[in-house]
Design a protein around this ligand. Structure first.
Ligand SMILES: NC(=O)c1ccc[n+]([C@@H]2O[C@H](COP(=O)([O-])OP(=O)(O)OC[C@H]3O[C@@H](n4cnc5c(N)ncnc54)[C@H](O)[C@@H]3O)[C@@H](O)[C@H]2O)c1
Length: 442
């Protein structure tokens, strides 16, 4: 099939490359010229494991091409996927302007019948508006079927998620469009759920809201564990053994970040409010998450009294491992709060430093070498559970830091291992290890 993908971001590029890999003829369009030029040379503009080799291969064998030209991209396509950004507006609502801009361009450009399939996460009802726009703007003789096909990939494992996802959701009221979408996805052997358009749109928001709820729930339990002397690791392990609960998203930490959970939870709260059904549970989930972001700085303040002039090693800038994405990363909140307290920060990340520098600028130091970050630090804060941090030899902390005090927001190390080292180790929902007498005036 001739496929076009609008948007060459995390979702659009993975979709384009993977459909090309699956044997389709794919054109990917983005409005950013530099991005397209980079992609034409076989380089991806962000970090995603396994994506670049597939990109190079499919560029070479002619299955995949990139363009900024709508005529080239849309006029002859059988299916057009819209995968443009739907960022958060200041009030928490979704900015769907990129979606509608793409839709207007498509409507003005298409020259044959086409399925237009929304992959971007959009508020319930958006695809109905898209349908109306096509009705008003498309050439009369051309038939456009609008399908909702929300995306569930995770950054860092997006290629694997494309080929081995848990489910594919197809929202359509048109049996012919459903059948074409089925033909497209059947070779992947992933269960397909056919549903109406509004339910498909809601499945995406409800799924992300539920996962965020699990995270905030276990984080609240971890805060209570702290107070009652229980260990969250044992607690979540015991809970996860129950198949009805499961182990995923049940690891306590300093909260979720990234380009999806924060914005999608706020969008669902907005959506519920718009239909006069305040979503109080989800409002609490968001509140708990915000509180969790500040937990380690509060604990550091409690320990030191003042953080003014203290040297902090911030380990991990990306919102999660295996990505260079720092959108809504917890590290950003920690950096802001530490700077407000007057700390001097050196941040380590294996790949997210350039993106962080664009956002934070020169108010902190950056390094891609953990030891460099730890050198002479008064304390360390772990914000992302990178393997490079998890597998760091534990004597490094005492060897490099002024005082080996580690605030671990991701429970990277076992308490048993930590007990063997001269270190003060504060983690989430687990007893503190204090093998070093801390001197506040140090
Ligand atoms: N990132 C994820 O992990 C993820 C997962 C599931 C769903 N989603 C959803 O998928 C959508 C895309 O997310 P993303 O992370 O890929 O966004 P992104 O910001 O990485 O990429 C969006 C791309 O769209 C391009 N664009 C904007 N307007 C355009 C237009 N009119 N025509 C063509 N291209 C245009 C931008 O230049 C950009 O390259 C969002 O709705 C998001 O919520 C994201």
């Amino acid at each position: 099939m001739k496929i076009t993908v609008a948007g060459a971001g995390n979702v659009g590029l993975v979709t384009a490359v993977c459909f090309a890999e699956a044997g389709h003829q794919v054109t990917c369009l983005d409005t950013q010229k530099e991005k397209i030029e980079m992609l034409e040379k076989g380089h991806i503009p962000f970090f995603e494991p396994g994506l670049e080799p597939l990109l190079e291969k499919n560029l070479l064998n002619g299955q995949l091409c990139f363009t900024t030209n709508p005529n080239q991209a849309y006029s002859e396509a059988d299916i057009i996927f819209i995968a443009v950004g739907t960022p958060e507006k200041k009030d928490g609502a979704v900015d769907v302007s990129y979606i509608y801009a793409a839709v207007y361009t498509i409507a003005n450009t298409i020259q044959k019948d086409v399925i237009v399939c929304t992959k971007s996460t959009v508020p319930v009802g958006t695809n109905d508006t898209i349908k109306q726009i096509f009705q008003q703007r498309k050439p009369r003789h051309i038939k456009v079927d609008v399908v909702s096909n929300p995306e569930f990939l995770r950054e860092g494992s997006a290629v694997m998620d494309f080929f081995l996802g848990d489910r594919i959701v197809i929202g359509t009221d048109n049996p012919k469009a459903a059948s074409i979408m089925e033909q497209l996805y059947l070779p992947l052997k992933i269960p397909i759920l056919f549903t109406d358009i509004r339910s498909a749109e809601m499945i995406k928001y409800a799924s992300n809201a539920f996962l965020a709820t699990k995270i905030s729930f276990i984080n609240e339990i971890s805060n209570i564990c702290d107070k009652v002397g229980a260990n969250i690791e044992e607690v979540s392990y015991g809970m996860g053994m129950d198949k009805r609960i499961g182990t995923s998203n049940l690891q306590a930490g300093i909260g979720y970040g990234g380009s999806c959970f924060p914005k999608d939870t706020k969008a669902l709260v907005q959506l519920a409010g718009n239909v006069h059904h305040p979503f109080e549970l989800l409002e609490s989930v968001i509140k708990v998450n915000q509180h969790q972001h500040s937990l380690l700085v509060s604990k550091a303040k409690e320990m030191f009294g003042s953080l003014k002039g203290k040297k902090a090693a911030l380990l991990g800038l990306a919102f999660k491992p295996e990505t260079d994405d720092i959108r809504e990363a917890v590290s950003l909140t920690i950096i802001k709060e530490l700077l407000e307290e007057g700390s001097i920060i050196t941040a380590y990340d294996p790949i997210a430093v350039p993106n962080a520098h664009k956002v934070i600028g020169n108010s902190i130091e950056y390094t891609t070498n953990i030891r460099q970050a730890l050198k002479g630090a008064d304390f360390a804060v772990i914000a992302t559970e990178w393997d490079q941090i998890k597998h760091l030899s534990l004597d490094t902390y005492a060897a490099y830091m002024k005082e080996p005090i580690v605030f671990d927001g991701r429970n990277c190390y076992s308490l048993k291992d930590m007990e063997r080292y001269p270190i003060t180790y504060v983690s989430i929902g687990r007893p503190t290890i204090a093998n070093v007498k801390h001197s506040p005036q140090h």
